[in-house]
Design a protein around this ligand. Sequence first.
Ligand code: SAM
Length: 286
Amino acid sequence: MLSYRHAFHAGNHADVLKHIVLMQLLDYFNQKDKPYWAIDTHAGAGLYALDTGYAQKNAEYQSGISRLLPRDDLPVSIAAYISLVRQLNPTETLSVYPGSPWIAQQLLREHDQLRLFELHPTDSQLLGANFADAGRRVKVQNIDGFAGLKAALPPAPRRGLVLIDPSYEEKQDYQRVPSALKNALKRFATGTYAVWYPLLQRHEAQHFTAALKNIPVNTWLNVSLTVRTPNADGFGMYGSGMFILNPPWTLRSGLQDVMPYLGKVLGQDSGAGFVLEGGDGPAPRS
Ligand code: SAM
């Protein structure tokens, strides 16, 4: 039984990092005319109300997207992300936050396709409704994202970007992700795979990037943003990361300006900082 609902967390610091990286990946794919598929294995609802309902509970967006909106010193790629968020919020009030499917849909071209998997019945229904007018290039399925990924690979145009963004509500996700990636690489070795992960003090999370680094692949890039000192009680998410297999060669330099800026604006105490490693040559093994 899934209890996680992304609406509680929409627009938080983790969404900000994930969606900025996602946009940089899609920008790179758009540099060539050749069509591609974007596959979102854990798509969520696609759009989230911030001014009512779940998002109001802890108002996590206030320490995420809300910190960036008023800034007038945004690096170019963050400005592009903010302008997408502004498309949904034309007045000063921030009332809607875009999920990864909506962001991808804005960047995809006519001849590209979007495959969306979401297992939670309510979020899947919302996702379907949010994309009801999207036409044939977007396909929404209420199925397990790992199974959906297996069936979708290799994508027909042999070009593809996969976002794997589980909630890690079930600790088995820490094993499912590396195993799904190994399987996916067998079916589609040249795909780009971007995995979101939380920074937590629990054992599984601490060992997760080491497991990802051991997947045999030409290149990986790991980027993480710590927003605060981990809690003394051992609980709570103190940041998040994105681990990318077969990243575009441009990604590392694209993140070099962005990460110090995010650390400065989203950092909550002196424990804030970032890691940017790999992405500039054959993958080292840990
Ligand atoms: N990618 C979304 C975004 O950035 O806007 C957020 C996704 S949220 C972190 C994770 C989603 O995965 C939740 O909506 C949850 O219901 C869904 N989920 C959990 N297990 C799943 C599975 N096995 N297959 C597909 N979706 C799943």
